[in-house]
Design a protein around this ligand. Structure first.
Ligand SMILES: C[S@@+](CC[C@H](N)C(=O)[O-])C[C@H]1O[C@@H](n2cnc3c(N)ncnc32)[C@H](O)[C@@H]1O
Length: 259
């Protein structure tokens, strides 16, 4: 039932979403053409996609610490690596988009909340001059992602194991991220809380990406609040992800764009 509802919502998004023609903002027009629909798409990252293929076929079981609806209570469950690769990792189309967004905002430092197997972290780290900080709460999953970074030679990823709440202050005390990807703990209050924590250490050039903005009523409400936030100027809804710009030189405007 939920799947049908999501498909209908996606159809509605597709109908109301704009393409390049209706875009009067030169900045967003440029973003649309260079990032969402570039003529020369960046090639797929074959080592990462080969790793994804092997993970999708890996039915080994890992004990997963699930932080659930409250990070004070934990429960563990057994999950197959193939299940994590199928459901937690961003699909290739979106993973490549993350990499293009990082290029577009010339990100030198990226912060990712939610590493899982490390697929999106590695796409974000595709420019070796970029440093990616990524946080994962489940120690067993974090260990797997570390092994993947090592295997594919990503020396520019710093993986942290711990709850977002606990690890974020430490990371923010040592760096300012140009790009932030919030991809874990998809609850309204938690999302707004991490957004607030991150805002304490941003610049006007920082771009923030939220995953699953239409996943639940709570996430839809969180996205609405984020768009209204006084620090947010441009917001872009791509249905599965939402992107916000804090650039004060842009006028406050909301876009729903085809991707
Ligand atoms: C959707 S997955 C991340 C997928 C990854 N970004 C990718 O696309 O390859 C979200 C991850 O966030 C972790 N997580 C969720 N809530 C957390 C919290 N409060 N603190 C730390 N990690 C958390 C989960 O264990 C899970 O592995």
């Amino acid at each position: 039932m939920k799947r049908i509802l999501v498909r209908l919502q996606y159809l509605w998004y597709w109908i109301k979403a704009s393409n390049a023609h209706g875009l009067h903002s030169p900045y967003v027009f440029d973003f649309y053409n260079r990032v969402l629909h570039p003529k020369n798409k960046k090639d797929a990252c074959y080592p990462i996609e080969n790793l994804r293929k092997s993970l999708l076929q890996n039915h080994q079981i890992v004990q997963v610490t699930d932080w659930g609806a409250s990070s004070k209570e934990t429960k563990t469950s057994d999950k197959r690596i193939s299940t994590l690769a199928k459901f937690a990792a961003k699909p290739e189309k979106y993973a490549r988009l993350l990499s293009r967004i990082a290029d577009f905002c010339e990100a030198k430092v990226v912060l990712e909340l939610g590493t899982s197997l490390g697929i999106s972290s590695m796409y974000l780290a595709s420019d070796k001059n970029r440093l990616v900080y990524t946080v994962e709460g489940c120690p067993n999953i974090a260990a797997l992602s570390q092994a993947h970074f090592l295997k594919l030679g990503y020396k520019n990823i710093r993986g942290y194991t711990g709850l977002f709440d606990q690890v974020l202050p430490e990371i923010l005390s040592e760096t300012r991220a140009d790009l932030i990807f919030i991809d874990g703990d998809h609850r309204k209050e938690a999302t707004l809380h991490y957004f607030d924590m991150c805002l304490a250490k941003v610049s006007s050039k920082t771009v923030i990406i939220f995953d699953d903005i239409n996943w639940s009523a709570g996430m839809k409400a969180a996205w609405k609040e984020i768009q209204k936030h006084p620090k947010v100027t441009v917001s872009i809804d791509l249905f599965y992800i939402g992107i916000v710009f804090l650039n004060e030189e842009l006028s406050k405007q909301r876009f729903v764009l085809r991707f």
